[in-house]
Design a protein around this ligand. Structure first.
Ligand SMILES: Cc1ncc(COP(=O)(O)O)c(C=O)c1O
Length: 385
């Protein structure tokens, strides 16, 4: 189909066209839908644990350097058949996205800012040397897939349907090179609350022993290798009775992210200003869609200073001693916002305050964002499925 290989596009062109619009791409209108004959029983939304149950169908789109993109296919959910030499399995030529479909009380199903996921996916694909595509076309394919499996979107405002777009290098060769074959697929999984502790605060282990991301690396892209390599540190955190890792960077122990969430500190800063601060997108931070939404919402409120700035453990410790910390929390699609209650750092348990839970910033953000996601507040941040 394609005469011009997507890979022929220069990085600069791709950066100027983050949604991949007008590139050689598959088209959602070409999607071949093959519905399965029998449907699986659906789980109770109260007992859902993250990413363990999958819906009846999946989306698959194949690419090769000779043939370009093939037609998207929606078909029965099932195992993949991959060549044992493919680069996704050997060299982690792989990336993914994480987004959700929410069912409102009006019974309509919404996606939250999904084009931002498409743009982030294209950025990861560029870094992984995987082919580009039109983000709006993939979004339309995902919309169709969710429509096909819409009965799987939980009837609950504490559960949702998690959408996992994934992109793999599938060339049957052990060469470490740009893949000439690729597979993009999307699977769906009904999910409840991400953490087993529900909405309670999380405890963190902060240590510079393990590094999640570094300048020039891939930490600002959603590539599987970043996550597989983090499990070892996560295990050590759990051995120390902490739930997540607070990832530090550099000799000054900059605070970067929390587990698989962006991090926010709400405090009175060194200059005595009330400030909501999060580390800047300087190459080692994943550009979270929840992070961006929190920055945009709070800037619109205009109630306190909102900054993208570096934060260090020394500054946090001093602020705690001087009782200047109001709240600290992680943000992400899985949990929206998650309060931090304790940080274990250099053998000391730093207690993070948050006295008035009802009127806290975390509670207000959780309410405003979920009101949008579940359609209780009208917003152009959602699209209907
Ligand atoms: C490392 C990391 N940081 C932050 C986030 C939060 O991003 P988002 O708000 O888009 O879910 C995620 C989750 O995708 C993540 O994996």
């Amino acid at each position: 189909m394609a005469s011009v290989s997507a890979s022929a596009r220069s990085p600069q062109v791709q950066d100027e066209n983050p949604s991949g619009h007008d590139v050689v791409s598959f088209k959602a209108a070409d999607t071949v839908v093959q519905l399965c004959e029998t449907r699986k029983p659906k789980p109770e939304s109260e007992n859902l644990s993250f990413g363990t149950v999958f819906t009846d169908h999946m989306l698959l789109i194949e690419w090769s350097s000779e043939g370009g993109w093939e037609k998207p296919r929606i078909q029965k959910f099932g195992n993949l058949s991959l060549h044992p030499a493919c680069s996704a399995l050997h060299y982690a030529v792989q990336l993914f996205e994480g987004m959700k479909a929410y069912r409102g009380q009006d019974d309509r199903v919404r996606l939250f800012r999904p084009m931002l996921n498409m743009e982030r996916m294209l950025k990861s694909a560029h870094r992984a040397c995987l082919p580009t595509f039109d983000g709006a076309e993939l979004l339309e394919c995902i919309r169709k897939l969710v429509e096909v499996d819409q009965d799987w979107v939980p009837h609950s405002d504490s559960a949702s349907l998690y959408i996992r777009p994934t992109f793999l290098g599938t060339e049957s060769s052990l060469g470490v090179k740009k893949p000439s074959r690729a597979l993009l697929f999307v699977i769906l999984s009904p999910v409840g609350s991400y953490f087993s502790t529900g909405n309670r605060s999380v405890s963190l282990w902060a240590d510079s022993k393990y590094i999640r991301a570094w300048k020039g690396g891939t930490g600002d892209c959603k590539m599987g290798g970043n996550y597989g390599a983090s499990i070892f540190a996560q295990k050590e955190a759990m051995d120390l009775n902490c739930q997540q890792v607070l990832w530090l960077y550099g000799d000054d122990h900059q605070i970067t992210e929390v587990g698989t969430m962006n991090l926010f500190l709400y405090w009175i800063n060194e200059d005595g200003e009330e400030e909501l601060a999060t580390p800047p997108l300087d190459g080692i931070i994943l550009p979270g869609i929840t992070r961006q939404s929190i920055l945009e919402l709070t800037r619109e409120w205009g109630k306190f200073k909102v900054s993208e700035r570096h934060l260090t453990m020394a500054a946090l410790r001093l602020a705690l001693q001087e009782k200047r910390v109001k709240e600290m929390f992680g943000s992400g699609t899985a949990c929206v916002v998650s309060r931090v209650g304790k940080v274990l750092y250099q053998d000391e348990n730093l207690q993070i305050p948050c006295e008035d839970q009802e009127n806290s910033l975390v509670s207000r953000l959780l309410k405003e964002l979920t009101d949008i996601q579940y359609g209780r507040t009208e917003s152009d941040w959602t699209i209907l499925v």
